[in-house]
Ligand binder design. Structure first.
Ligand code: ATP
Ligand code: MN
Ligand code: MN
Length: 343
């Protein structure tokens, strides 16, 4: 092109729309990244994730190696994959490779709520390859989380739609307002980035009066439980320590009180426009409800802005935002604060 606009190596400095012209490449990169992550190979994992993120910001479809000139975040490994994809004119080989990788037991196992890498590997080493084998295997001790993960697997592995997220939002907001009329309930995560589907629904909850957020989560959980719509709930208590500096880890989790839940959403509560209803695939299940993964995060008001920034995602955007703060501004950013290292 005639006007060369340099693309930043930081995701937080790139304008990226949801319109991905290079889905095949980014799918391939993400599945490879996942595979490296499984083998605890952090370098290539980050390399492929970074490349995928950069490619998502391109306003054109890559068709040859020439299209890569001047682009950041690409190394030998990522370029080799792109070259293979470009040569594969039918795209069938690369598509079947992606599907094959996704069907592999370890990745399949970690798709269950509550099953992390360690557990997936342990099951694999025992020779288990399918969900059924895991569940009938005598020695497998499932956690409460994993039991819920298998129980609601079908619902949880089908995507959450925006109308469903809004319906959940209404329930959470109504429940929170019972106790705290001036509380703020904010939809975050992928839906705040205007994604049309998600794997869960994320909310931040805060109140303008400091301290009023204490005890709120317990009350909300209690009401959801009494209404019979709380299918699963794992509360993590706050571990915030004022004396501590922001974490240097780019993937650090935060210290807010939070709860990883599964809610029962009645289908009648989901308001869809007529055209969306017509598009709904014919569902074989006659179930009147759907299990939905919900994350609730309680934040003190003075940390709300940082929490909102941190929970909006994407993961790569957050990683790069922290890298940018550290390397380009000599500051430290996490979900709680922004520190100037010079002061
Ligand atoms: P999806 O549609 O798959 O849910 P998402 O972007 O909403 O996509 P989530 O895993 O729900 O992904 O996380 C949303 C954002 O919140 C992430 O980008 C991450 O930065 C942050 N986040 C997620 N889990 C935690 C956690 N336990 N502690 C701190 N931050 C988290
Ligand atoms: Mn999410
Ligand atoms: Mn989440």
């Amino acid at each position: 092109s005639s006007s060369v606009v340099a693309i930043s190596p930081y995701a937080c400095q790139r304008r990226t729309s949801l319109n991905n012209y290079n889905k095949l490449f980014t799918d391939a990169f993400e599945v490879l990244a996942e595979n490296y992550e499984m083998n605890e190979n952090k370098g290539p994992y980050l390399g492929f994730m970074r490349a995928a993120s950069m490619i998502k910001s391109l306003p054109y479809a890559i068709s040859s190696m020439k299209d890569l000139e001047g682009l950041p975040c690409l190394g030998d490994q990522t370029k080799a994959v792109i070259e293979q994809c470009c040569q594969d004119t039918e795209k069938s080989t690369i598509k079947s490779c992606i599907n094959f990788a996704r069907s592999q037991s370890i990745i399949l196992f970690t798709s269950v709520f509550g099953v992390g890498q360690k557990t997936a590997e342990k099951w694999f080493r025992k020779g288990l390859r399918t969900f059924e084998e895991v569940q009938v295997h005598k020695e497998t001790k499932l956690t409460k989380m994993q039991i819920a993960g298998f129980l609601y697997y079908e619902d949880l592995s089908s995507f959450v739609t925006k109308p469903e997220a809004d319906a959940i939002g209404q329930i959470i907001e109504d429940t929170v307002r019972l106790f705290m009329p001036d509380a703020l309930v904010t939809l975050t995560g992928g839906f705040r980035r205007e994604k049309k589907i998600g794997h869960d629904v994320d909310f931040l909850i805060t109140t303008p009066v400091p301290g009023n957020e204490n005890g709120l989560l317990e009350k909300v959980i209690d009401v959801l439980h009494q209404q019979g719509i709380l299918l699963y709930c794992d509360v993590v208590e706050s571990t915030f320590d004022k004396s501590r500096l922001p974490s240097r880890k780019v993937d650090a989790l935060d210290h807010f009180q939070k709860c990883f839940a599964i809610l029962k959403l009645l289908k009648q509560k989901v308001i869809t426009s007529n055209c969306e209803e017509a598009e709904e695939p014919s569902n074989t299940s006659t179930k009147e409800w759907k299990a939905i993964r919900v994350d609730l995060v309680i934040t003190p008001f003075d940390q709300y802005a940082f929490a909102l920034l941190g929970w909006t995602g994407s993961r790569q955007f957050e990683r790069d935002l922290r890298r940018f703060a550290t390397h380009e501004r000599k500051m430290m950013l996490d979900n709680h604060a922004l520190f100037d290292k010079n002061k």
